[in-house]
Design a protein around this ligand. Structure first.
Ligand SMILES: [Zn+2]
Length: 142
């Protein structure tokens, strides 16, 4: 995947992630972020909430069958899985474990701290972790 500088996400989609993180607390919530990449901008078309198979307060994992389903649906719509979201009971920074997964899956990692609601987005590129700007947009406003 390209080096991403900006993640454009609709306010409604972002609210859906926040809602899920609140609902799952203190368990980590997770979701897949589906959309398209244009140069260094990742545009979110939808977010797909998935079950945290770990059911854990400190880790998350997604069942392979859930993952496959989201990838297949995205492909059918001409889209890609461009990011992954999860919530943290800690600052919105990748954990050591997250970093290991980021290295093998260098899409955008969107992390939200609970209960503060602070968030950050990151990508592993060219051997290090880079911050991605989150741009909240209102798709419905014309
Ligand atoms: Zn994490």
């Amino acid at each position: 995947m390209n080096k991403i500088n900006k993640l454009k996400i609709d306010v409604k989609d972002f609210e859906a992630l926040k809602f899920e993180a609140d609902k799952a607390w203190p368990i980590e919530a997770c979701a897949l972020v589906v959309g398209k990449v244009h140069d260094d901008v990742a545009v979110v078309h939808k977010v797909v909430i998935v079950k945290n198979a770990d059911n854990s307060q400190v880790t998350f994992s997604i069942r392979p069958e859930d993952l496959l389903q989201v990838y297949l649906n995205a492909e059918k719509d001409g889209l890609n899985v461009i990011g992954v979201f999860h919530s943290h009971p800690a600052p919105p920074q990748p954990s050591i474990r997250d970093l290991e997964f980021m290295k093998v899956n260098p899409i955008v990692w969107l992390i939200m701290a609970k209960p503060s609601g602070n968030y950050g987005a990151f990508q592993w590129v060219e051997g290090s972790i880079k911050r991605v700007t989150v741009d909240l947009v209102k798709k419905d406003k014309s």
